[in-house]
Write a protein that binds this ligand. Structure first.
Ligand SMILES: CC(C)(COP(=O)(O)OP(=O)(O)OC[C@H]1O[C@@H](n2cnc3c(N)ncnc32)[C@H](O)[C@@H]1OP(=O)(O)O)[C@@H](O)C(=O)NCCC(=O)NCCS
Length: 152
């Protein structure tokens, strides 16, 4: 595998992102949802490129003090190679350089793989939103990472 590169997400990336999304989630985002986040002036979104192909992505919304991680996935053929960890490191470094205090996200209670990824990156389970996911009625775990300033 060549070096992995992270680039700001562009409109042209969306067909490949939609395909990864479809392979990754039981209730995938549709094109309209991706477009509305992509063109939100407060979003910060990264596409992962590897061997000339899009292999993952992350969509976030930047709030006053926090970065809200909305969506993250890696192509099934490229998992367990550290791509999501590197993507999250990019988001955490962006949050630090933009002076944000927290990164937070929702994750399905059943999604143990994603929970262990986030826990390994210093996120902790802050609280649970009961029946948050409308498709299955599943609970969401809210996981939060405090952004330490360098030298703190
Ligand atoms: C969750 C997901 C993004 C992880 O992507 P990835 O690139 O494979 O993850 P990484 O290789 O960076 O793994 C980092 C850590 O996550 C955890 N992890 C990742 N895959 C795992 C697995 N299959 N089983 C257990 N832990 C796993 C491990 O702690 C791993 O560290 P390690 O490899 O040193 O043990 C990917 O599985 C995915 O796209 N899943 C479907 C979409 C999804 O659930 N997104 C998150 C929504 S909240």
């Amino acid at each position: 595998m060549d070096a992995v590169a992270f680039r700001k997400t562009q409109r042209d990336d969306l067909p490949a992102i939609l395909e990864i999304e479809r392979l990754s989630f039981p209730s995938p985002w549709n094109l309209h949802t991706f477009i509305s986040v992509l063109y939100d002036k407060d979003s910060y979104n990264l596409t992962v490129w590897c061997d000339g192909e899009i292999r993952g992505y992350c969509f976030t919304l930047v709030m006053r003090k926090m970065v809200h991680l909305l969506n993250l996935a890696v192509h099934p053929d490229c998992r367990r190679r550290g791509i999501a960890r590197s993507l999250l490191e990019e988001i955490i470094s962006f949050a630090r350089s933009s002076n944000k205090s927290y990164v937070f996200l929702e994750v399905r209670k059943s999604n143990r793989i994603a929970q262990s990824l986030y826990a390994s990156m210093g996120f902790s389970h802050a609280f649970t939103w009961r029946r948050y996911y409308t498709d299955t009625g599943e609970d969401a775990y809210i996981m939060v990472k405090k952004i330490e300033r360098i030298g703190e």
